[in-house]
Write a protein that binds this ligand. Sequence first.
Ligand code: AMP
Length: 196
Amino acid sequence: MKSGRRISVFCGSSAGRDPAFSALGRAFGEALAARGHGLVYGGAKIGVMGAVADGALAGGAEVIGVLPHFLAGKEIAHAGLSELHLVDTMHERKAKMVELSDAFVALPGGFGTLDELFEVLTWAQLGLHGKPCAILDYAGFFAGIEAFVERAASDGFLRPEHRGLLLFGTRADDVLDAIERYVAPVVEKLVSPEQL
Ligand code: AMP
């Protein structure tokens, strides 16, 4: 991946109990900005989401938010973004984020974060895109997901060639290095986009 691309970040609409989660979000936003990348995210000013946007904006990055109308009150749109796309549904939000982005990174969050990460991973698995998907695993937060991947692979639910579709890193720079040098594995195209 060349520099100056757009990275989608999926992360909590909550801040979590430990201020370190928001600090991690802000530092990740700053780190991607420092490398000349842009940010695509859910458009809110709250939680870890808001912290990532603030870090990226402070670093001078282009920041694009994608927020459904019905969440604009609840998740509170960030007022300082380069662009804010208001969409009608959650499905449209994810599709728009995928269309706008060259890579996807999950930071600590809840169900929404996992939903978004696993949807883009399943699209990669189906051969619908070849964009890198990564987890920034702060303080073992995602150790359960890493264990699940191992288990699913050893029990035959995850093909060996699909395991490498999910990258893990413990520092922002490790994750950014991994996505910048990522070469998509050859994945058998299981469906065409029209079939989804
Ligand atoms: P959470 O990790 O649960 O705090 O959610 C993080 C983000 O994911 C928030 O912007 C949520 O609105 C969003 N989200 C939650 N559920 C879904 C879903 N089913 N599809 C897409 N985005 C979702």
